[in-house]
Ligand binder design. Structure first.
Ligand code: URA
Length: 251
C-alpha cells in the first residue's frame, strides 16, 4: 500500500547545512548548488537534496566543508609607510606590527607601502583567494588625489574603458571625478600598482591613494592604524559577494 511505503524525507536540506558552516545565506547556498559546485559523496548535488552532515562527504569546489572554528578575519586601516609583508627586510613597520600574529594570518592582496586604507587580513586562504582573484575578484574602490590638476574628459574615458599598460589593457572601471584632481575609481582586477599605473598613463600621476571599500566591506570610522574583527554580517556579505562574482564569471 502506498501509505505504508511512503517515507518521510530524512536528513537536513543541503542549503541549510552549507549556510550553517559559513557559505553565506541559504539563497547563496542554493545558487552554489544550482551552479553544480556542490557534491555529496562525489555526486553533483541537485537542489532539494537532503544530507546527513555527520556521514555524508559534502564538498564545495572540491574542498570538503567543515566547521571552521579557527578562522579569523580582520580589517585594518593601513597608514601610509606601513609595509604589507610578514617581515620587512629593511626593518620598516609592517602590518604584523599592528594586528595579532596568533593565529598566523596574511593579507588579502596587497597595498603599496605608500597606499592607505582598507586592508583585509585573515587565515582563511580559500576566501582570501576568491576576494583577491586577479581577474574576477570583488570590487575595490579607491579615492585618488592626482597631480597636474583635473583629469581631462579624454583621460576619464580612457580610465573607464581600459588603459593600455605594459601587462595589457585594463578591464573597464567605474571612475568619477567629484572634484578636479580627485578621482573615485572602482576596479575588480588586482594587478601590481594598478591604480598608480592607470593614472600615470593618462598623465596624472597619483599623489595620494586610499582604498575605501572592498566588496561590501567599508568602515569610515576606523582610524589609520586601527583594526577590528569583521562582524558576522560582514562575513556573510563577503561570502555572498564572492559567490556572486564567481557565478557571474562562470556565465
Ligand atoms: N593600486 C595601486 O596602484 N596601489 C595599491 O596599493 C592598490 C591599488
Amino acid at each position: 500500500m502506498a501509505a505504508r511505503n511512503a517515507q518521510l524525507p530524512t536528513g537536513e536540506r543541503l542549503q541549510k547545512v552549507l549556510a550553517a558552516v559559513g557559505f553565506g545565506s541559504r539563497r547563496t547556498a542554493e545558487d552554489l548548488i544550482s551552479a553544480g559546485r556542490v557534491t555529496v559523496n562525489g555526486d553533483v548535488a541537485i537542489l532539494g537534496r537532503r544530507v546527513d552532515p555527520d556521514n555524508d562527504l559534502i564538498e564545495v569546489d572540491g574542498a570538503p566543508i567543515g566547521v571552521k572554528p579557527d578562522l579569523v578575519y580582520y580589517m585594518l586601516n593601513k597608514p601610509a609607510g606601513v609595509v604589507v609583508t610578514s617581515k620587512d627586510t629593511h626593518d620598516r613597520r609592517t602590518i604584523m606590527d599592528i594586528v595579532p600574529t596568533e593565529p598566523r594570518v596574511f593579507s588579502v592582496g596587497r597595498l603599496d607601502a605608500e597606499t592607505e586604507g582598507l586592508l583585509l587580513i585573515t587565515n582563511d586562504g580559500q576566501l582570501a583567494n576568491r576576494i583577491a582573484h586577479p581577474s574576477n575578484g570583488v570590487d575595490k574602490e579607491y579615492l585618488v588625489e592626482v597631480d597636474n590638476g583635473a583629469v581631462s574628459p579624454g583621460g576619464l574615458r580612457r580610465l573607464r574603458d581600459g588603459v593600455e599598460l605594459d601587462d595589457g589593457i585594463t578591464a573597464p572601471a567605474k571612475v568619477s571625478q567629484p572634484e578636479p584632481g580627485i578621482l573615485r575609481i572602482t576596479i575588480h582586477e588586482g594587478r601590481n600598482r594598478q591604480v598608480r599605473r592607470m593614472c600615470e598613463a593618462v598623465g596624472n600621476p597619483v599623489r595620494r591613494l586610499v582604498r575605501t571599500r572592498i566588496g561590501p566591506l567599508a568602515d569610515k570610522t576606523l582610524q589609520p592604524g586601527e583594526w577590528r574583527h569583521w562582524t558576522t554580517d560582514e562575513r556573510n556579505a563577503m561570502i555572498e559577494a564572492v559567490a556572486a562574482t564567481r557565478l557571474r564569471g562562470s556565465e
